[in-house]
Design a protein around this ligand. Structure first.
Ligand code: ZN
Ligand code: ZN
Length: 650
């Protein structure tokens, strides 16, 4: 009786026979009452759907409970509907934009006359609790275009979206109590399933992300399946706020962004510049020991270089507009500030005949490049328009790929693993459907990357088909001290640019061959990496990176001379020291040194002045104080810097 029954397959491989028209909820009930209570949505042949929708015959069905990450997306998106329901009840004239789930939460955009205030958010959140308490079911209807337009006649934003839908697209609307929304779904069965949520903040956002359109007001919120999860998330947010690099950067006077100069352009103040300088010096030492050569290349270039590389016109919108030519050049010549270094390093490579014996050639440059990022996406040091990349391009033979990647992973381990103590993970992205070159070529490249990963004995995740069309790559990701994930180094193989620039080397057969190219950055950009370091260490940098390593504090003016000698001895050992000779109380000076997160405060009182010792307070050790002979103190600090230790040696 094929018309009255359907058969579905469950994740464990078993099948279930149900009456035709049975829904996900019917399936849950057929399996057991526990599952019927716990089910949030159904995954039907890979698609997440409402529990209330009929199941198609022959489908593979998984019922999602709160343990499934996709169920969390459904919960959060449903909470966005509840938010819109509450806003429309309080402000009936609010127009409705988009309301997706996002990482850790959701947002909804509204067109309202005035931006939402914190008081508004409180009122809205209270109203949301009424909506969830009412336990309105989410009711799905499929409607035709005319009916959809009639339903949303009072909301031009929705009408615009209806006009965007393709002629064959199914138009669905969802109703929860008093609110109806144009939406594809899916949602939780009823608003009562939403219990643990919080509105976070509101911000302006352009309609459809387009700065030529009107500004909407976006409300962000978060939602979880349990109270514990919600509370843990709110604590994490508070911790992240305390670590915000923009706030710590100001407190410690590390950097600024100036209105006169423009957004996304970083001023490194002396203390921030010292961190930048130490990071550069460390990286340059590391790579010079490993056969890299430094180059310095121009910051502006004739635009034809980027036409040849293919970056123009493809990525024109990420580049700053062209400027006129220099004096004495043809009128149609245009210049660009460089958004990347690759073509520059290619020109250095191509400046002379290369032999197979010369390869790999590794050209490195910590260089400033400029990208015209949209102003709305800029964020302190983490998203900028002026980027200092620790860039390098390696030109090599195909048979050298594995060895070179092996050595690159060594640098990653030294810098991220050993030096910064980061637990990082690697993603290997392989050939996409649309790709350059032959399968044989990709075979060699991918095998080289995989072999290198295996030889290093590190686990990696395979991102099948996630590579760029011009070559496979390895992405490095790591977590910070409070568990947030960051994108770090990338190692990218490239078959395209050597082709475009007709790069060659002379092989053992005396014939010209085309080299492969690797783009790689370990820090990524110094801006983003330092932004990360500020948040990761909450401003308490390891000694080797600390702008001010030691602060000498005389207790009274009578010890000023001894304090000067102490500071001089510390400085003579190559350490960065500051003598606080202000006529403030010792307690005040200690407090100030702590606020500035100076790793060591060296107090010099009468006893210390006479004995040639210092009373040392290590950062984070509270009131604990250790009396050390001056030369012993200095010796330990020098060792701590030399080993780039993450923990104090004093
Ligand atoms: Zn929806
Ligand atoms: Zn590059």
């Amino acid at each position: 009786m094929p018309d009255t029954e359907i058969r579905v397959t469950l994740p464990d491989g078993s099948t279930k026979v149900l009456p035709a028209g049975a829904t996900g909820r019917d399936l849950a009930q057929a399996i057991g009452p526990g599952l019927a209570r716990a089910a949030i949505a159904a995954r039907v042949s890979g698609d997440v759907r409402d529990l209330t929708r009929p199941l198609p015959d022959g489908a593979a069905v998984a019922l999602l409970t709160d343990r499934d990450p996709q169920a969390l997306d459904v919960l959060r998106h449903s909470t966005a509907h509840v938010l819109a329901t509450a806003v429309r009840q309080l402000m009936p004239h609010a127009r409705i934009g988009f309301g997706p789930s996002i990482e850790d939460g959701f947002y909804y955009d509204f067109e309202v006359l005035t931006p939402f205030t914190p008081d508004d958010l409180e009122r809205i959140e209270a109203k949301m609790h009424e909506v969830t308490a009412a336990n309105h079911p989410f009711v799905r209807e499929e409607v035709d275009r005319a009916e959809a337009k009639r339903r949303f006649a009072d909301d031009p934003l929705k009408l615009e979206r209806i006009d965007d839908l393709g002629p064959n697209e199914v138009i669905s609307v969802y109703t929860d109590g008093p609110f109806v929304d144009l939406c594809r779904g899916p949602h939780v069965p009823a608003t009562g399933a939403i219990k643990h949520f919080k509105l976070l903040h509101a911000a302006g956002a352009y309609w459809r992300g387009d700065e030529r359109r009107q500004m909407l007001q976006r409300i962000y919120g978060t939602a979880w399946f349990s109270k514990d999860d919600l509370e843990a998330y709110v604590r994490r947010l508070e911790e992240a706020r305390k670590r915000d690099h923009r706030i710590i950067g100001k407190q410690l006077d590390l950097f600024s962004i100036q209105e006169d100069v423009g957004p996304g352009l970083i001023f490194w103040h002396p203390k921030g510049a010292m961190i930048n300088f130490q990071l550069r010096r460390f990286m340059e030492d590391v790579i010079l020991e490993r056969g890299y050569q430094l180059v310095y290349t121009p910051n502006v270039t004739r635009e034809q270089l980027f036409l040849r590389s293919g970056h123009l016109p493809l990525y024109a919108e990420n580049q700053f507009p062209a400027m006129a030519a220099g004096e004495g050049e043809a009128e149609d010549v245009r210049y660009r500030v460089k958004p990347m270094n690759c073509p520059m390093h290619i020109l250095v490579y191509a400046s002379q005949q290369r032999s197979y014996r010369d390869l790999p050639i590794r050209l490195a440059e910590i260089a400033n490049v400029y990208r015209n990022e949209r102003s709305g996406t800029l964020h302190g040091m983490l998203r900028v328009r002026g980027l200092s990349m620790d860039d390098a391009h390696i030109f090599l033979r195909e048979d050298q790929i594995e060895e070179e990647i092996f050595h690159l992973l060594d640098i990653v381990e030294l810098v991220l693993g050993k030096t910064f103590g980061l637990a990082y993970r690697l993603d290997l992205a392989t050939r996409p459907e649309k790709k350059l070159g032959t399968d044989a070529m990709w075979e060699v490249a991918e095998r080289g990357l995989e072999q290198a990963l295996k030889r290093r004995g590190i686990s990696y995740r395979l991102d099948q088909g996630g590579g760029a069309f011009y070559g496979p790559k390895i992405d490095v990701k790591f977590n910070d001290a409070i568990g947030r994930e960051w994108q770090g180094a990338t190692i990218q193989l490239d078959y395209e640019l050597p082709e475009r620039f007709q790069l060659e080397y002379t092989g053992t057969d005396n014939k010209p061959h085309r080299p492969v190219m690797i783009h790689r950055a370990i820090y990524g950009t110094l801006e983003r990496f330092v932004g990360f370091l500020i948040e990761h260490f909450a401003g308490a940098f390891p000694l080797w990176l600390s702008p001010e390593q030691v602060r000498v504090l005389p207790i009274a003016d009578t010890q000023l001379e001894a304090a000067r000698r102490t500071a001089a001895a510390v400085r003579a050992a190559g350490l960065r020291v500051h003598l606080d000779d202000r006529s403030e109380t010792l307690n005040y000076k200690i407090r100030d040194g702590e606020i500035q997160k100076v790793p060591y405060l060296a107090v010099v009182g009468q006893r210390e002045a006479e004995a040639g010792t210092v009373a040392v307070r290590a950062r984070g050790a509270g009131k604990k104080q250790e009396i050390l002979p001056l030369d012993d103190f200095v010796r330990r600090l020098v060792e701590e810097v030399r080993t780039r230790s993450l923990t104090p040696l004093v």
